[in-house]
Write a new protein. Structure first.
Ligand code: NAP
Length: 272
C-alpha cells in the first residue's frame, strides 16, 4: 500500500515522519514517500501515481489549489475553499479530494480545551493567508458567531469577508490588540514567530483571562504568543497537533486504520 506527499520543495515536510511512525506502530505493510513535483508536472505526477497503484497522497505548497481543480470529486470544504491537501484514488479510477486542515485545527483544539465556549462567541484571528481560510470555515462550523480578522495587508482580510459574509469582520492590523477585549479565542495564523521569521508583536493586556490562545506556528512549539498567554494564566494549545490531526483522514483512507495522535507521535515528529 503506497501513499506520499507531493510538493515543491518537499524536503521540509514532516508528513513522511508522521505517516511512517503510524505505519510502524500499526504494523501496516505500506510506505509513505516524499515526492518533489514541479508546478508544471502536477497532472503528470498524479496520473503516474494512479498508474503505479498508489492509494492516494497529500499535496502541499504550491499544489493545493491546482489539485482541487484536477479532482473528479470534491468534498464541500474543497468546493468552498478551492484548495485540497488529501487525495484518494477510488476503485473506479476517479480522484477524490478533501481539505483536512480545518478538521486538524478543531481536533487539536478539542484535545486541549473545551470548545463549547466557542458557540456564539467571538474569535480574533491574525493572518489571512492560505492557512486562515480552512480555519475560518472550521470555526464557523463550530458555531462561532464573529471572527475579527486582522491582516497586515487589509485587502486579503476583506476578500475573505466578501467570500464568507458578515460573520468575518476585518480589523486594521494596528487595532489587533484592542480587538481581543471580549474574545473567547485568539488564533495566530500568520508566519510571525516562526523560526527565521520576525516576531509577532501582540500585547495581551485586554485579553479576557479565560480566553483560549492558539498558534498555527509549531517551530518553535512554545511561541512568544503562547508563552505570554500562559504566563498571564490563559489556556493555550500549540500548533503541532493541527499538523498531526490533519493527517488522520488520509491515513485512514489509504491504509484502513484511524490512527491516534499521542505523545509518542509528537516526540517522533519533534525529534525529526
Ligand atoms: P501564507 O499564505 O504565506 O500567509 C502568511 C501570513 O503571515 C499572511 O497573513 C501574511 O500577511 C502574514 N505575515 C507574514 N509576514 C508578516 C509580517 N512581517 N507582518 C505581518 N504579517 C505577516 O502562509 P500560510 O500557509 O497561511 O501559513 C502561515 C503559518 O501557519 C506558517 O507559519 C505555517 O507554517 C503555519 N501553518 C501551520 C499548520 C499546522 O498544521 N500547524 C498548517 C498550515 C500552516 P500578508 O497577507 O500581509 O502578507
Amino acid at each position: 500500500m503506497l501513499a506520499g506527499v507531493l510538493g515543491w520543495p518537499i524536503h521540509h515536510s514532516k508528513s513522511p515522519v508522521l505517516h511512517g511512525h503510524w505505519l510502524r506502530r500499526y504494523g501496516i505493510d505500506g510506505a509513505y514517500l516524499p515526492m518533489a513535483v514541479r508546478p508544471n508536472s502536477l497532472r503528470t505526477a498524479v496520473d503516474g501515481l494512479r498508474a503505479l497503484g498508489f492509494r492516494g497522497c497529500n499535496v502541499t505548497i504550491p499544489h493545493k489549489e491546482a489539485v482541487a481543480a484536477l479532482a473528479d470529486l470534491r468534498t464541500p470544504t474543497v468546493e468552498r475553499l478551492g484548495s485540497a491537501n488529501t487525495l484518494v484514488f477510488r476503485e473506479d479510477g476517479s480522484l477524490w479530494a478533501d481539505s483536512t486542515d480545518g478538521y486538524g485545527f478543531i481536533e487539536n483544539l478539542k484535545q486541549g480545551a473545551d470548545l463549547s465556549r466557542l458557540r456564539g462567541g467571538t474569535v480574533v484571528m491574525l493572518g489571512a493567508g492560505g492557512a486562515a481560510r480552512p480555519v475560518i470555515g472550521a470555526l464557523l462550523e463550530q458555531g462561532v458567531s464573529t471572527i475579527r480578522l486582522s491582516n497586515r495587508s487589509p485587502e486579503k482580510a476583506e476578500a475573505i469577508a466578501d467570500l464568507v459574509g458578515s460573520a468575518v469582520q476585518p480589523v486594521p492590523w494596528a487595532e489587533r490588540e484592542a480587538a481581543v477585549a471580549d474574545c473567547a479565542l485568539l488564533v495566530n495564523t500568520t508566519s510571525l514567530g516562526m523560526v527565521g521569521q520576525p516576531a509577532l508583536e501582540m500585547r495581551l493586556d485586554d485579553l479576557p483571562p479565560d480566553a483560549l490562545v492558539t498558534d498555527l506556528v509549531y517551530a518553535p512549539l512554545e511561541t512568544t504568543l503562547l508563552g505570554a498567554a500562559r504566563t498571564r494564566g490563559n489556556p493555550v494549545v500549540d500548533g503541532l497537533g493541527m499538523l498531526l490531526h490533519q493527517a488522520r483522514p488520509g491515513f485512514h483512507a489509504w491504509f484502513g486504520t484511524d490512527p491516534d495522535v499521542d505523545d509518542d507521535l509528537r516526540s517522533a515528529v519533534l525529534s525529526s
